[in-house]
Design a protein around this ligand. Structure first.
Ligand SMILES: [Zn+2]
Length: 424
């Protein structure tokens, strides 16, 4: 579909109003119509701000069925006593509706792309195909070693899912291998997954160094930090997205400051589960590609990236007792460009430039919390709630227009979610 966004405020392009031309999923022109351009849809941008969409670089979309269900608990009790037994009983269909609910919330609050780890093969792909959002999908892998039947079955499901996506041409998805964490995967299995990723040219998406316990146990069992341990096993020899990284030494950060590696900070989840604050300013100083994620809805409890980016910068300033750490500009870069970088779209995504992906959002310029118009960067980081987003475009397709979903039946999703959770 050809789209013309007319007369819009584009903080990236400087003062004044601009026209943005979209064709075949890409930005085809800025203030100058590309040759032969006939707009199919014209969006009046005269009261709107346009920016690239946000990337939620770590979540578990199916988990929104567990939102507001198990709160105010210690990490291990929350995960192993409350969530894990429910997860074991969840059906693929219920997980599909969890995915749909999460994607609805993400589209509603300006996320155009997310990185997912799940337990229900094909359901994320199906939900992405049904909604049009972009995603990097990973089947969570757990088990002991390369002979573990359960682990091999899950790995086979990961490959099957990637093959299944070929039959879903509408799904804007790519795939990585997802060893869940060092405390849910044995050493040999982690080594095997690293070998598989290298052989198949796939990236790794995993949790790393999230809690003090994980760090201390790794030091005791392996005599090294979690980061050094996964490096030793080969998991950092391929592109990798590492969620959390709250507990890092200086040497760990040296390891992680390598092209192809990305760290995803999840401030709300880390604070809520009492895990602390990732050393974001220090990681940035050392050149690590830091991204931002919400984690799942049961440890957050929202998948709203505007809320998350505000929390991130405030938490970091508070933890460092330094108002100069993490400026609004750095915060936006973490939530947008660095996220696209993590999923291998660094050149094409997160920018308003000719030839780049048309993954864009529009926000209500007249929202009271955006007045007066001193600084859009400050407004987006410190004032926004996410619900100023009016339009969400992914790959040149309009997924939400004037706050109405174009392809999602929100009432049906809410109904199915209520039905899915009634026996919890
Ligand atoms: Zn997670």
């Amino acid at each position: 579909m050809n789209i013309l966004i007319k007369n819009v405020c584009l903080p990236e392009a400087g003062e004044g109003r601009h026209d943005l031309y979209i064709r075949e999923g890409r930005i085809a022109g800025l203030d100058r119509a590309p040759e032969g351009f006939a707009p199919g849809t014209v969006i009046d941008g005269s009261h709107k701000i346009c920016m690239p969409g946000l990337v939620n670089a770590h979540t578990h979309a199916y988990m929104s069925v567990f939102r507001n269900f198990a709160d105010d608990l210690p990490f291990e009790q929350w995960l192993f006593e409350k969530i894990a037994p429910l997860e074991d009983a969840l059906t693929p269909e219920q997980s599909y509706w969890g995915n749909m609910l999460s994607i609805m919330e993400m589209i509603r609050t300006g996320t155009t792309c997310f990185v997912d780890m799940h337990m229900f093969p094909r359901m994320s792909v199906k939900a992405c195909a049904d909604t049009g959002i972009r995603a990097l999908i990973t089947r969570g892998l757990v088990g002991e070693d390369r002979r573990d039947e359960g682990a091999l079955r899950r790995l086979a499901e990961a490959y099957d899912e990637a093959a299944y996506a070929e039959s879903q041409p509408k799904a804007q998805v790519s795939f990585a291998l997802g060893p869940h964490a060092i405390y849910t995967c044995g050493e040999d299995l982690l080594r095997y997954i690293a070998e598989q990723a290298a052989e198949k040219g796939m990236a790794i998406n995993m949790h790393l160094s999230e809690t003090q316990n994980e760090f201390d146990n790794c030091m005791r069992e392996h005599g090294m930090t979690p980061t050094a341990y996964v490096q030793k096993l080969g998991l950092l020899d391929v592109p990798a997205i590492l969620a959390h990284c709250v507990y890092l030494t200086g040497e760990d950060m040296e390891i992680l400051a390598k092209p192809g590696l990305s760290v995803v900070t999840n401030p709300a989840s880390n604070m809520k589960l009492g895990n602390g604050f990732a050393p974001v300013p220090e990681m940035l100083r050392r050149g690590i590609n830091v991204c931002l994620g919400t984690d799942g809805a049961s440890s957050n409890n929202a998948l709203n990236m505007f809320r998350e980016l505000g929390l991130m910068t405030l938490a970091q300033k508070g933890a460092a007792k330094d108002s100069l750490v993490l400026s609004a500009e750095e915060t936006l870069r973490i939530a947008v460009q660095n996220g696209y970088q993590a999923i291998g779209l660094g050149e094409e995504g997160g920018r308003i430039r000719e030839g780049c992906l048309a993954d864009l959002i529009l926000l209500d310029e007249d929202a009271p919390n955006f007045q007066p118009k001193h600084s859009w960067k400050a407004a987006l980081v410190y004032s926004s709630t996410g619900y100023e987003v009016t339009d969400t475009i992914v790959n040149g397709e309009i997924l939400m227009q004037d706050r109405e979903f174009t392809g999602i039946d929100a009432e049906r999703v809410n109904f199915e979610i209520a039905r899915a959770v009634k026996d919890f």
